[in-house]
Design a protein around this ligand. Structure first.
Ligand code: ZN
Length: 343
């Protein structure tokens, strides 16, 4: 079968569209004919690799996918050949302390499809049945794939971890990325107001407005920290969503009001940096981290995608054969929303 893989960690040149063997399923898994897969920044990090990451090579990239079940393992119940499904990208054991509490994104054996095991940039992939969610007829495979990772991540961060409440002000730092476009919509749905968005160009900011942002700040034209300070009558905002990191953290902390919360699910611009701790204790700030989300959150947020109340932003849909080029485009920060590939 065709797949987008790398045979050793390293630069984008290591990614190839090639033939590999079809996966064999375990008794608890189904074989999925992938109808749509979506790229994430995670794919670039997996390609680069990090200390301790040990993958079976060649590795099939891609954490987001949706498709049709084409074979079921002997232990699988509730799914049959021909079913249309979305796939929760988080893998968990179902038995550990955290899983029993429903906090399966804290599982002792937590892993992500496409990160620790083969993913969706292929014609077929093997997926545990417990990760499947029936996909209603009215929802496209592309929407399901584009929504999965970023919507569960943003939902868990804002709603479950951040306890976002109606009427609170939210600042989203960055307008174009998948998690941020999801966060803006979720904040709007939760009744947050006003929603401020800092972005790098007018096109991304206009998109943010269409998704529900109230106040747009172009960081290339204005000092965004000062703009927030003035726009909030020198009070700051209740919540900042900062998944950038080194380049923005200091200003994000300064942009919070007393008692405010900074939510983070990752870093696109440097993970290691200094910050002024006087801001943390002096303003009673809380930094709240999370990664992915539990199964209950996945079902809840995807239900809102299925009924149209949340809508993933798709930059473009390309054939799987263009996977290597699409990863390069993603790395250049030129996309608004998700890149989707179809085998
Ligand atoms: Zn577990």
């Amino acid at each position: 079968m065709k797949a987008v893989v790398f045979k050793q960690h390293g630069p984008l040149d290591n990614v190839e569209y090639t033939d590999i063997a079809e996966p064999e399923i375990q008794p608890h898994e189904v074989l999925l004919a992938v109808k749509a897969a979506a790229l994430n920044r995670l794919d670039l990090w997996v390609l680069a690799g990090w200390p301790g990451l040990k993958l079976k090579l060649p590795h099939v990239l891609g954490s987001d996918g949706a498709g049709v079940v084409t074979a079921v393992g002997a232990e699988v119940e509730g799914f049959a050949v021909g079913d249309r499904v979305a796939v929760n990208p988080s893998l968990s054991c179902g038995r550990c302390h955290y899983c029993i509490l429903g906090q399966d994104n804290l599982c002792d054996k937590f892993a992500i499809l496409g990160e620790h095991v083969d993913g969706f940039l292929a014609e077929y992939t093997a997926v545990p049945a417990r990760n499947l969610l029936p996909l209603p007829e009215q929802t496209d495979f592309a929407d399901a794939a584009a929504a999965s990772l970023v919507f569960v991540t943003a939902w868990h961060s804002l709603i479950e971890r951040g306890h976002l409440r109606a009427g609170e002000s939210v600042l989203v730092v960055g307008a174009g990325g998948g998690v941020n476009t999801a966060a803006i919509q979720i904040a709007r749905l939760a009744g947050a107001a006003p929603i401020y968005v800092v972005g790098s160009n007018e096109e991304k900011l206009e998109q943010a407005r269409a998704l529900g942002a109230d106040v747009l700040i172009n960081r290339n034209e204005t000092n965004w920290g000062k703009a927030i300070y003035e726009a909030t009558n020198r009070q700051g905002v209740d919540i900042v969503v900062d998944n950038v990191g080194a380049a923005t953290y200091h200003t994000s902390l300064r942009s919070l009001r007393k008692g405010g919360r900074l939510l983070t699910v990752g870093n696109t611009a440097g993970a290691t940096f200094d910050f002024d701790n006087r801001l943390i204790f002096g303003k009673h700030l809380t930094i709240i981290g999370s990664t992915m989300g539990p199964t209950a959150d996945y079902k809840e947020v995807m239900g809102l995608v299925f009924n149209g109340r949340l809508q993933p932003v798709i930059d473009s849909i390309l054939p799987l054969s263009q996977g290597p080029d699409a990863l390069r485009t993603l790395s250049e920060n030129k996309v608004i929303g998700k890149l989707v590939l179809t085998p």
